[in-house]
Design a protein around this ligand. Structure first.
Ligand code: PLP
Length: 383
């Protein structure tokens, strides 16, 4: 028998050592209760404040579960109503709803890309984009964050055979900046590439009717990914695009085909949230004002904010992991919860606190936040 190390009767025992090495590297995440005090949570993605205060009771007898993949169980009217609403909101022919943003990106990219294609992906793209590209077995060109020239160089060097794709987020969730989508659209048109944008964190937040960064910059990607789990306060996600694309995804996106359809209950809640977000200019204005006030206050207190950051995500750069943990703990002592974001989520040496505001923060809560940051600054001894 070959020696495979100590088995000890438990084939999962090796995980103890694996977890210990995460611990030693300071990367072991402990479970936390979403309900724990303190009162003020400044790290959610519920930018419009819909998740907690918006209870939509379904009519009696409404279906809860989709019961199977939609290829087996079929469409519920709630699915198609939601897809039609998303398509009309964002100006696309159609949309297809997935059970999460992770599934949407993985399904979209793994079904579209082929080995031999040129795939250009921003260095800070979300893990679900990275995993979708990996599943397609494509060697992607990873370009420095928001570097239009690097994208153009990669497009110029693309072999004639194979398709070309440029993949980016519309509002980066860890750096809170936005790519120059107008230039990317122009480059994609010039070099016959498709532009795929995941605008998850911008939908509901930016532009008229909350149509996101693409609308803000007046461009249309070839496919747009969005989720219902951020500003819309629900759960699930979609890919919007031409019917040709949604037909393809229905047939070939494995994370859609081999997964139970989104709960019709959630589809109905998401639909209500889309309608609400389209009309919620007041929420967007309040959100912009709150973000600008907190940003200004933190700068005034000497915190270093990430260059180019805009909107409701306010990343406070700390650097070393221990510093970010200390600052987060100090804030917690003063009744504010913001968890530290550390490697591997962000590059080593750029640990940060990803502070977010939401439109329903009261004046007292904002004051409380500013006060807590002031006190924590001295205690944590980090900027
Ligand atoms: C840019 C981006 N895309 C996709 C996702 C995944 O969405 P979901 O949480 O619905 O799986 C996230 C989640 O944080 C994200 O930030």
């Amino acid at each position: 028998m070959p020696d495979h190390g100590s088995f000890g009767g438990n084939p999962l025992a090796f995980l103890e050592a694996e977890l210990a090495s995460l611990e030693a590297a300071g990367q072991r995440r402990r479970r936390i209760s979403g309900k724990e005090p303190p009162a003020l949570v400044l790290c959610s993605n519920d930018y419009l404040g819909y998740a907690a205060g918006r209870l939509i009771l379904p009519p009696k007898g409404s279906p809860v579960g989709a019961t199977a993949s939609r290829l087996i169980a079929g469409d519920h009217p709630e699915h198609r109503a939601l897809e039609a609403a998303v398509a009309s909101w964002l100006g696309y022919e159609d949309a297809l709803v997935f059970s999460s943003g992770y599934a949407a990106n993985v399904g979209l990219l793994s079904s579209l890309l082929r080995p031999g294609d040129t795939v250009i992906s921003d260095a800070l793209n979300h893990a679900s984009i990275i995993d979708g590209i990996r599943l397609a077995r494509v060697q992607a060109t990873i370009v420095p964050h928001n570097d239009v020239e690097a994208i153009e160089r990669a497009l110029k060097q693309a072999p004639l055979a194979g398709r070309r794709w440029v993949v980016t987020e519309g509002y980066f969730s860890m750096d809170s900046d936005q790519p120059d989508l107008r230039s990317l659209r122009a480059l994609c048109d010039r070099y016959e590439a498709a532009l795929l944008v995941d605008d998850t964190h911008a939908l509901g937040v930016f532009a008229e009717e909350g149509r996101g960064t693409c609308a803000l910059q007046g461009i249309r990607p070839d496919a747009l990914v969005g989720t219902f789990g951020k500003a819309l306060g629900g759960q699930g996600a979609f890919v919007a695009g031409p019917t040709l694309l949604t037909e393809w995804l229905w047939n070939r996106a494995r994370s859609f085909v081999f997964s139970t359809g989104l709960s019709p209950l959630l589809a109905a809640a998401n639909l209500a949230a889309v309608h609400m977000a389209r009309q919620d200019e007041e929420g967007r204005t309040r959100l912009a004002i709150l973000a600008s006030r907190l940003r200004q206050a933190l700068r005034g207190q000497g915190y270093q904010l990430i260059e180019g950051s805009v909107g409701p995500i306010i990343p406070v750069l700390v650097g070393p992991e221990e510093g970010a943990i200390r600052l987060s703990e100090a804030l917690l002592r003063h009744g504010v919860r913001v968890l530290p974001i550390r490697p591997p989520t962000v590059p080593p040496g750029t640990s940060r606190l990803r502070v977010t505001v939401h439109a329903r923060l009261t004046e007292e809560e904002l004051e409380h936040a500013v006060d807590a940051f002031q006190k924590a600054h001295g205690e944590a001894g980090s900027s």
